[in-house]
Write a protein that binds this ligand. Structure first.
Ligand code: PLP
Length: 374
């Protein structure tokens, strides 16, 4: 591809000496598991997010699973999940023997349709998992209100919106992932704060819950070799923490670079009737994990046209969860999932990363224009 989706190498080049020396320090120390860098990173991230507690773990999928284990969700409990998301969100629900209850999304923000939440609540409902898709926070103020009214837990799937800020109607602000009972994130290399392998973390504001989360990540033990509950083994490698400590210092600058690139796309594509541009909600900043347009006619042909010109694009995600085989027998659906299905057939994510050049964006947008003129 002449214009790829991502440029992790270009990003690395700019921080190479810092990253290389911090990785080397870990190798020299010989402490590859639970090294000082891991607790330093937890502290650094909790300061960055103003989150009382941050617990690192092995990946974002584990973070979601650990959250549900720490909240003691039980076999058959129902968990409300948007039908348009990465499968991991609902997968861990199924893995733990819980029931994913699928609800629709807002077709402009791609985030959970809040009106569907109350319609889907039953006596078995225990939790809601809003996913802050593509870098923008769900309508958390309303979601927390519904959760409070019905005594439900809220687990934020914040794998795609780390660094985004929620603006409450009274003007106060909180970082994505620090609003619900637990926030989960991923440091997969392509995420907004990516390490050089797998990584993840959980956030909470509650001391007892933080202790429980830490126990779950460490075989259910608080004192070594005394196992109080069933947990798992989910750790962030010291080398990954060393990389993250460096990259966290650049996160705001990375978010700003993505935002700037998104505004350029919007400017270049503004007058095109064939395309629906991503919406920026009034209650959240957008950190543009993806720049996702909707094309209601000939989306797949456009993707092929770009590909033939050496321009990458991706379909995140081609199938709503209600059409995924894995969930057909275990999920419950109480509402229409019309928008989730519509957007799955229309979304196209364009190259988006911290090193994206304006000149490449012009090439991409000119190619899109040519395609519709044909
Ligand atoms: C990436 C991602 C996950 C899973 O994270 P991993 O670190 O890959 O396990 C979960 N949910 C969403 C929305 C994601 O984008």
């Amino acid at each position: 591809m002449t214009i790829p989706m991502l440029d992790l190498k270009g990003q690395y080049k700019k921080i190479k000496s810092e990253v290389d020396s911090s990785i080397q320090q870990v190798i020299d120390s010989g402490i590859f598991i639970n090294g000082k860098e891991v607790s330093d990173f937890e502290k650094n991230l909790s300061e960055f997010l103003s989150s009382n507690y941050v617990v690192a773990c092995a990946n974002g999928t584990d973070a979601l699973q650990i959250a549900m284990m720490a909240l003691e969700l039980k076999l058959g409990d129902e968990v409300i999940v948007p039908s348009f998301t990465y499968a991991a969100t609902a997968e861990v629900v199924g893995l733990l023997g819980l029931v994913p209850v699928l609800v629709d999304v807002d077709p402009r923000s791609f985030n959970i349709k809040v009106e569907d939440i109350e319609r889907s609540i039953t006596p078995k409902t225990k939790a809601i998992v809003p996913v802050h898709l593509f870098g923008q926070i769900s309508d958390m103020e309303r979601i927390m209100e519904i959760a409070g009214k019905h005594g439900l837990y809220v687990i934020e799937d914040n794998a795609q919106a780390l660094g985004a800020v929620y603006k409450y109607s009274n003007g106060s602000r909180k970082y994505a992932g620090t609003i619900g009972h637990i926030g989960c994130t991923s440091f997969f290399p392509t995420k907004n704060l990516g390490c050089y392998g797998d990584g993840g973390a959980l956030f909470t504001q509650d001391k007892a819950l933080a202790e429980k989360i830490r126990m779950v990540t460490d075989h259910g033990q608080k004192v070594k070799y005394y196992h109080d509950i069933i947990g798992c083994n989910s750790r962030l490698d010291t080398i990954q923490a060393a990389v993250l400590n460096i990259k966290l210092r650049h996160l705001n600058e990375y978010s700003a670079a993505r935002y700037k690139a998104a505004q350029k796309y919007k400017e270049l594509l503004a007058d095109m009737d064939e395309i629906i541009l991503p919406l920026e909600s009034e209650f959240s900043t957008h950190v543009y994990h993806q720049f996702t347009i909707r094309v209601n006619k000939k989306r797949d042909e456009l993707k092929q046209y770009l590909y033939d010109k050496g321009i990458a694009s991706m379909i995140y995600y081609p199938l709503a969860l209600n059409h995924q085989k894995a969930f057909s027998s275990i999920s419950k659906i109480k509402v229409s999932l019309e928008s989730a299905e519509t957007v799955a057939g229309e979304v196209l994510s364009l190259p988006m990363h911290t090193e994206l050049k304006e000149s490449d964006q012009i090439v991409i947008c000119n190619a899109i224009r040519e395609f519709f003129k044909k």
